[in-house]
Write a protein that binds this ligand. Structure first.
Ligand code: PNS
Length: 167
């Protein structure tokens, strides 16, 4: 069956940073399950169906990636899928405390499941779905930070032309 990891998140929407993390995760794991949290409390810009579709299309070139959804505890989902590794990306320093807390809690809840962290690609160190949405909302050019279809979807959602920008 090979080695499997779960790469969980909100993916509202998927960014190039996520895709970079998944590609690098595939150098360590034979298969990755990308698991979207069904979070009824959190206001998301994209519906669960839209988020799933954007991930599936962006990842269709990989035969060893599955996109799934989960609710409740991540460790319970991992146990249900019989997966022992959770993959997370670390960006700038600010991620560390939250990720550390979450990994410790997950380990306390189920010591059979290990958290594995990869440093995010340098290019994506300061990008996040939230900051990308914020920029897109006000017409900023985020075309090189998300897959093309996400870019189009963001334009549709905010219904305004994006300004030209530069790195
Ligand atoms: O992309 P995000 O929003 O940073 O992902 C956070 C996610 C989905 C990994 C995290 O919120 C999560 O695992 N939620 C499920 C509930 C849970 O198990 N929380 C951690 C221990 S209390």
């Amino acid at each position: 069956m090979g080695t499997i990891a779960i790469y969980p998140g909100s993916f509202d929407p998927v960014t190039n940073g996520h895709l970079d993390m998944i590609e690098r995760g595939l150098k360590l794991f034979d298969r990755i399950i990308v698991a979207i949290l069904i979070n009824l409390d959190k206001d998301s810009l994209f519906s669960l169906e839209e988020r799933t579709e954007m991930l599936e299309i962006s990842l269709k070139r990989f035969s060893n990636i599955e996109v799934d959804t989960f609710d409740g505890l991540l460790v319970d989902y991992a146990a249900k899928r019989n997966v022992h590794a959770i993959l997370r990306g670390l960006r700038a320093l600010s991620d560390f405390e939250y990720e550390f807390q979450m990994a410790m809690m997950n380990r306390r809840l189920n010591k059979e499941i290990q958290s594995v962290f990869l440093m995010t690609g340098l290019r994506w160190i300061f990008t996040s779905s939230s900051i990308i949405k914020e920029a897109a909302k006000f017409g900023g050019n985020i075309s090189d930070m998300v897959p093309q279809l996400v870019y189009e979807k963001l334009k549709e959602k905010f219904n305004r032309p994006t300004k030209m920008g530069s790195d």
